[in-house]
Ligand binder design. Structure first.
Ligand code: FIX
Ligand code: ZN
Length: 442
């Protein structure tokens, strides 16, 4: 079906889609709508608004290639279900040794049908590599011949990702050293200022701030300390050109409360976000280190109370809040909150919710209650190549859900142009986010 064809709703002669720029008279049966929506969703470039990737100038911080794909913490958690060796023995292996074990247990001894395993195969297949020979050494040779800078471009092209937002933490020593060397910015890579230690472990963070020359005292969250915290936030926001300030939160997080985080948020973070006109992104529901033996793979999820979000949105109507929540149980309440507060923008299916059955459920829920005024997905990729699978797997679901929704409109006699479908898809993949971030009058 060409662009600009006209779509008829099966035998419903009054219900049709009207595609713009077209050979206007071609009548297309409704079943073709599906293919068109899939194509538009597949073609439309996305802004990936939360990842753990870095621009190539950050050197070893940018992870990519087969071994990093295999030792992704999602797969580490899965392989321990099959291993009988002590955890420490696994950790004492080299990255390749760990990857060998993961390949053996999750790909050879069992079919790789979990979402994270399937993702590795999607990546390899879309890069044109042979997966059927199951030859890990051959895969390694191919990856070792790639040049990281060119490979970034290739992955972004294959994944049709236009921009990638990094997670940048001043509290990460390795990353700080790179910022200190004033890396030339790659315009495709945006920044998010990550401040978990500041809000969740104030005493330790305070010592670090003091060491960096800020006149802060951990015992007193007084005017001077809070204004120095604001100076710290301002310095880093300018330095990294942060698009937003970001924190992940434990299930028991409350606001307001008598925890240090409350004063820090109320008297430093929120005034800072207001002054710089940038959102505060909150990611609630993660229970860190449920099993510390698994290291990065050991975090879990617990139901969380979103009252803090209602309090933030209603108490600070002139601050914008971004949110992605980890528990499945929070998703309905969250979307209803977004209907009540225009300073709240929901984004992505985070981590344990980034699996097809929940992406499908959450996307329907969000579209049915919010239309296109949310951000459909973010990749949360830690390994560059993952953007290929995370976006492809999600796009298939978005296309399916959208196509069903449009079909319902057509059956009601609504007419719709291809340009309108493209507009909706753009909005769901970064357009609504940009509008939200630059919305005047908040
Ligand atoms: O807090 C976060 O940003 C999480 O996404 C990570 O901590 C987590 O480890 C992850 O990679 C999830 O996808
Ligand atoms: Zn993340």
């Amino acid at each position: 079906m060409g662009f600009g064809s006209r779509v008829l709703a099966g035998n419903e002669s009054t219900a049709f889609l009207w595609f713009a720029h077209m050979t206007a008279t071609t009548l297309i049966p409704l079943p073709d709508l599906d293919a068109l929506v899939h194509r538009i969703v597949a073609e439309t470039e996305v802004d990936d608004i939360h990842t753990h990737l870095y621009q190539p100038a950050f050197g070893p911080l940018l992870l990519w290639g087969i071994d990093d794909l295999l030792v992704y913490h999602y797969l580490v958690a899965e392989v321990f279900r099959h291993l009988t060796i002590p955890h420490e023995t696994f950790w004492s292996l080299t990255k390749q040794g760990q990857a060998n074990l993961i390949w053996h247990h999750l790909f050879l001894e069992n079919s790789p049908i979990s979402e994270s395993c399937r993702g590795v195969l999607t990546v390899l297949n879309r890069l044109g590599l042979d997966v059927k020979s199951r030859d890990l050494s051959a895969l390694r040779s191919w990856f070792s011949a790639q040049n990281p800078a060119e490979y970034v471009t290739r992955c972004m092209q294959v994944a049709r990702v236009r921009s990638i937002c990094m997670t940048n933490s001043p509290f990460d020593q390795e990353e700080r050293m790179i910022w200190d060397s004033n890396p030339v910015r790659d315009p495709r890579f945006k920044s998010g200022l990550r401040i978990d230690p500041l809000l969740l472990s104030w005493e330790t963070a305070c010592k670090e701030l003091a060491g960096w020359g800020y006149r802060v005292r951990s015992t007193e969250l007084n005017e001077q300390t809070l204004s120095e915290v604001r100076r710290f936030l301002a310095d880093w926001t300018r330095r990294i050109q942060a698009a937003y300030v970001m924190v992940s939160l434990p299930p028991e997080f409350r606001f307001p409360s008598d925890h240090d985080s409350s004063a820090l948020i109320e008297r430093a973070v929120l005034p800072h976000c207001k002054e710089f006109g940038i959102p505060f992104a909150v990611m609630p529901g993660v229970r860190r280190a449920v099993n510390p033996l698994l290291r990065l793979a050991g975090d879990g999820v617990s139901a969380c109370d979103l009252t803090f979000l209602r309090n933030l949105c209603s108490g600070w109507p002139d601050v914008r809040f971004l949110i992605t929540a980890l528990p499945r149980e929070s998703q309905h309440e969250l979307v209803v909150l977004a209907r009540k507060f225009r300073n709240l923008h929901v984004f992505g299916c985070w981590w344990f919710t980034n699996i097809p059955c929940l992406i499908d459920e959450m996307t329907r829920l969000r579209i049915e209650l919010l239309g296109t005024s949310f951000t459909f997905q973010h990749s949360d990729a830690r390994v560059l190549d993952q953007i290929i699978y995370k976006w492809e797997h999600s796009r298939v679901i978005l296309a399916r859900v959208l196509s069903e929704k449009y079909r319902g409109l057509v059956l009601n006699g609504w007419q719709l142009t291809e340009a309108e479908v493209r507009r909706d898809v753009v909005n769901l993949n970064g357009g609504s986010f940009s509008k939200f971030c630059s919305q005047p009058g908040l």
